[in-house]
Design a binder for this molecule. Sequence first.
Ligand SMILES: [Mg+2]
Length: 157
Amino acid sequence: MADRPYLLLDIDGPLNPYRAKSIPPGYAQHEIQEGEKTWTLLLSQQHGVELNALATSYELVWATSWEHGANRLIAPRLGLPELPVIIWPPDARSNPGQNSWKSRHIARWVGERRFAWVDDEVSSFDQAYLPQGLVHRVDASRGLTAEDFAVLRAWVD
Ligand SMILES: [Mg+2]
């Protein structure tokens, strides 16, 4: 199973539909506090179920600005285990051109390994830049849907 593709997970957008106008069905609002900081997120337990099921086909990886906070603050609320984390360099967001600022760092991180990447801020430019992967855009007003999970299952089969 060493060569399972990675499944690279963004949080804000795919798992937290921050553009939703109200709480979508299946989601609950979470107030997450750490130190002086508070975040309000929408999370769906169904995402934890679906992602744990996909972990037989993919190696799940956090590809989010939350970095280690994803394991500390988000994973336990979704019933997910601790996952590998992509740590972005300090100047990660500089000069991405037409691509997502994450794309070139993801290219380096994944190497030759196949991967699927779910994110709300990707486009056809990122897909062209990362031809060995599936770059799948998720609507930040809906989060990951049953249709998105079907795409991820179909791609890996
Ligand atoms: Mg996002």
